[in-house]
Design a protein around this ligand. Structure first.
Ligand code: FE
Length: 236
C-alpha cells in the first residue's frame, strides 16, 4: 500500500531554480534540490516536465539554485511558485545576478547560490531528475534557511500541483479553508450592472467569490497562502 501521509514526514528546504532560453529568464520554486556527492560536488534537482524552467534547463544544460532564507516574502515564493515563466517575467520585481555561464539567479532573500552544469537527465515520471556538477557557489547572506515545514507551518504556504511533493489525493493544507462571513468596515462599492464582486489573488491568480463587502480580515489565499491585502477587487 501507499500511504501518502508518509511522504509528509520527509524534510526539505525551499529553493529557486533558474535558467534561461535566449534572453528569457525562467525560474520556479522546488523542494527537491539536494547535494548527493562531495567530489565532484554533485547535486540533483527534480522539476515537473511541464515547467517552462524545465524546458530551459533541457535546452541550456545549466541552471542556478538559490537557497531561500526564512525571511523570504510570500510574494517572492508566490511569483516563482505559482506563476509560469511562459507568460510572466518572474525576475521583474526582484534582485538578481548572472553567473559566468550567463545563467540568471535570484540574490534577494537568498542565503547561497549554486551554478550547476547538468551531466545526466533521468525520466522519473511526472518529473525529470537533473544530476549535475556545481561549477560555482557563493554565500549570499546570513540567516536560517527556509524549510518546507516552516513554509507550511509558519508562513501558511501551500503546495502547487506541479510540485514533486504534491499529493493528488489532497492534503488538508491544500483544501480551501472555511472562512468567516465578510467583516470589512470599508464602505462597499456597488458593482456595475450585471456584474458581481470577486477578489483575485495577485500572487497566484486565484479568484474568491461571495464577499461583496470585502474579504474577512484573516482570509488567506487557499492556493498560495497570500494574505488578504494581496487580493484585488474585480468584477466578473
Ligand atoms: Fe494566491
Amino acid at each position: 500500500m501507499i500511504d501518502r501521509k508518509a511522504f509528509r514526514s520527509l524534510s526539505s528546504g525551499l529553493y529557486l531554480i533558474t535558467s534561461h532560453v535566449g534572453d528569457r529568464k525562467m525560474g520556479c520554486v522546488v523542494n527537491t534540490f539536494l547535494q548527493v556527492a562531495s567530489e565532484p560536488p554533485t547535486v540533483t534537482v527534480s522539476l515537473n516536465k511541464e515547467n517552462a524552467t524545465t524546458a530551459a534547463i533541457l535546452e541550456t544544460g545549466r541552471y542556478a539554485a538559490t537557497v531561500l532564507s526564512q525571511d523570504a516574502p510570500m510574494e517572492l515564493i508566490g511569483t516563482f511558485g505559482f506563476h509560469t515563466s511562459a507568460d510572466t517575467d518572474k525576475f521583474a520585481a526582484c534582485e538578481y545576478s548572472v553567473d559566468s555561464a550567463d545563467i540568471p539567479y535570484v540574490t534577494a532573500h537568498g542565503l547561497a547560490h549554486f551554478s550547476v552544469r547538468v551531466t545526466e537527465t533521468i525520466d522519473v515520471g511526472t518529473h525529470y531528475l537533473f544530476v549535475g556538477t556545481v561549477e560555482e557557489s557563493e554565500v549570499l547572506g546570513t540567516g536560517d534557511p527556509l524549510t518546507y515545514a516552516y513554509y507550511h507551518a509558519v508562513k501558511g504556504g501551500k503546495t502547487p500541483a506541479k510540485a514533486a511533493s504534491y499529493n493528488p489525493e489532497g492534503d488538508p493544507e491544500n483544501s480551501a479553508a472555511a472562512v468567516p462571513a465578510a467583516a470589512d468596515a470599508a464602505a462597499p462599492e456597488a458593482p456595475a450592472a450585471g456584474k458581481r464582486v470577486a477578489w483575485r489573488c495577485m500572487i497566484c491568480g486565484y479568484v474568491e467569490e461571495g464577499y461583496p463587502d470585502g474579504l474577512p480580515e484573516d482570509f488567506v489565499c487557499p492556493i498560495c497562502g497570500a494574505p488578504r491585502d494581496m487580493f484585488e477587487r474585480i468584477e466578473i
